[in-house]
Design a protein around this ligand. Structure first.
Ligand code: AP5
Ligand code: MG
Length: 190
């Protein structure tokens, strides 16, 4: 099985680029953000707890998303692998993922990191707010906290995966098609 990590700051284009990647390799796309939004929409206890954190632009606890990922690995069949979007997001989550995969003698195949400057994050998310109506896109304060959370908690994963020889960075500035072609060229190598 292949285990790809789609990495990048909020608004980098992870969700946008995932569909082409999934088709190219017959992968299951797992977005922890999307799974959490489903829990919120369904009004589950987990969703209720997660909502306040998400709306503030903070991370939900590591154990919550780790449990979601493990249950997807166990239940999804008929694919060649997984495309993890928005997970891992902390060093603890990355270590938990390594442990989870080691249980079945598997490992992370590669990280595809889409990078854009902070100013572009704000621009793209404000644009998406007019289309999708995500609660965490509505306020500039929340977006700024998501950017800060990314730099504080998630960016250290760049060094973590560089040290493991698994980190590949793509310039996320350009049209959706330009970025898609850059990713496809990189993915040919796996
Ligand atoms: P999550 O849903 O993962 O949000 P995020 O990381 O903030 O990323 P986004 O979904 O905002 O951005 P994206 O990169 O997918 O961009 P998109 O393709 O939509 O997480 C939400 C929250 O859930 C977190 O804040 C946290 O609270 C919680 N959470 C999730 N995972 C967690 C975890 N592992 N641990 C703890 N908590 C977790 O593109 C953005 C916009 O730009 C779109 O409108 C798009 O059309 C446009 N666009 C894309 N590409 C281009 C381009 N090349 N040119 C112009 N526009 C473009
Ligand atoms: Mg997304």
């Amino acid at each position: 099985m292949k285990y790809f990590i789609l990495f990048g700051p909020p608004g980098a284009g992870k969700g946008t680029q995932a569909s082409a990647m999934v088709e190219q390799f017959n992968l299951k796309h797992i977005s922890t953000g999307a799974l959490l939004r489903e829990e919120i929409a369904a009004g589950t206890e987990l969703g209720l707890k997660a909502k306040a954190l998400i709306d503030a632009g903070s991370l939900v606890p590591d154990e919550v998303v780790e449990g979601m990922i493990e249950s997807q690995f166990k239940t999804v069949k008929g694919v060649n692998g997984f495309l993890l979007d928005g997970f891992p997001r902390t060093i603890a989550q990355a270590e938990a993922l390594d442990k989870m995969l080691a249980k079945s003698s598997e490992q992370v195949t590669g990280v595809v990191s889409i990078m854009i400057p902070d100013a572009m994050i704000m621009e793209r998310i404000k644009h998406r707010a007019t289309i999708e109506g995500r609660a965490d896109d509505a306020k500039e304060e929340t977006i700024n906290n998501r950017i800060k959370t990314y730099h504080d908690k998630t960016e250290p994963l760049v060094g973590f995966y560089q040290a493991a020889g698994k980190y590949n960075e793509i310039d996320g500035v350009g049209t959706i098609e330009e970025v898609r072609d850059r990713i496809a060229a990189l993915m040919q190598r796996f």
